[in-house]
Design a protein around this ligand. Structure first.
Ligand SMILES: *Cc1c(COP(=O)(O)O)cnc(C)c1O
Length: 223
């Protein structure tokens, strides 16, 4: 086994069975993805449209690409045909563009709504209240080519475990509210994606069922 395969296997053995793993391969070469693929990993995360477009065609077709980065509306038409899910929907406008592009190619696109749960001003995403307003508007109910499957968020970049935990609790409270108010009849609205290399054990304790991990598998990224 290669070091990447060893780290992936060690991680998988620590994750509870109900927690899905997205192996975040951004900035890592296709060979690194292949090594994970050989051990059975199928969910990979990419954050840049160009990189996804370069990697996907040379890698196995049954990889389920998860788009995790900030997505501009003019890039949506390139991402929709490749990705099986977009985890970073942070505006109604973006959701509408995904619907349009998915309809154009007759695809149903899985999406997560990205929540901004920190006090940091820079991170993207809906605040929980903005997201509630968007859901209340009901516009999304007309969209037959997007399927809202849950919530994604990132915690504050800090060593303070209490802050991280509190961010995740904000996310799960929002998830539970949306589930009750808008998705009680939708079994698909079930994904709670939080947790990265530095905070995934806390995330799993705080209700995550889809962690997104790069560094712990592939090592540090070279930007
Ligand atoms: C890069 C990235 C990750 C993975 O981060 P690591 O710290 O390398 O595990 C997870 N989620 C998102 C949205 C990312 O951009």
């Amino acid at each position: 086994m290669t070091p990447i395969q060893q780290r992936l296997q060690a991680l998988c053995s620590q994750l509870p069975p109900h927690v899905q793993l997205v192996a975040v391969s951004k900035f890592h070469p296709t060979e690194a993805v292949e090594q994970c693929y050989q051990t059975g990993q199928r969910l990979f995360g990419e954050s840049r449209e160009q990189e996804l477009r370069h990697k996907a065609p040379v890698l196995p077709k049954d990889i389920e690409w998860q788009f995790i980065g900030h997505l501009q509306t003019n890039k949506v038409r390139h991402v929709v045909p490749i990705a099986s899910r977009i985890l970073s929907v942070d505006s109604l406008r973006l959701l509408q563009e995904i619907e349009k592009q998915a309809a154009r190619i007759g695809k149903q696109m899985g999406v997560l709504l990205e929540l901004h749960v920190t006090d940091e001003p820079t991170k993207s995403g809906f605040t929980p209240d903005e997201c509630l307003d968007m859901l209340q508007s009901g516009v999304w109910r007309q969209m037959s080519h997007v399927r809202i499957e849950g919530i994604m968020c990132m915690a504050t970049l800090t060593d303070d475990e209490a802050v991280i935990r509190s961010n995740f609790r904000t996310a799960i409270r929002a998830f539970t509210t949306y589930k009750e108010q808008f998705f009680a009849d939708s079994p698909h609205f079930c994904i709670r994606s939080w947790g990265m290399s530095d905070d995934w054990p806390i995330a799993v304790e705080e209700g995550s069922n889809m962690v997104r991990i790069g560094t712990d598998i592939f090592g540090p990224r070279e930007y």
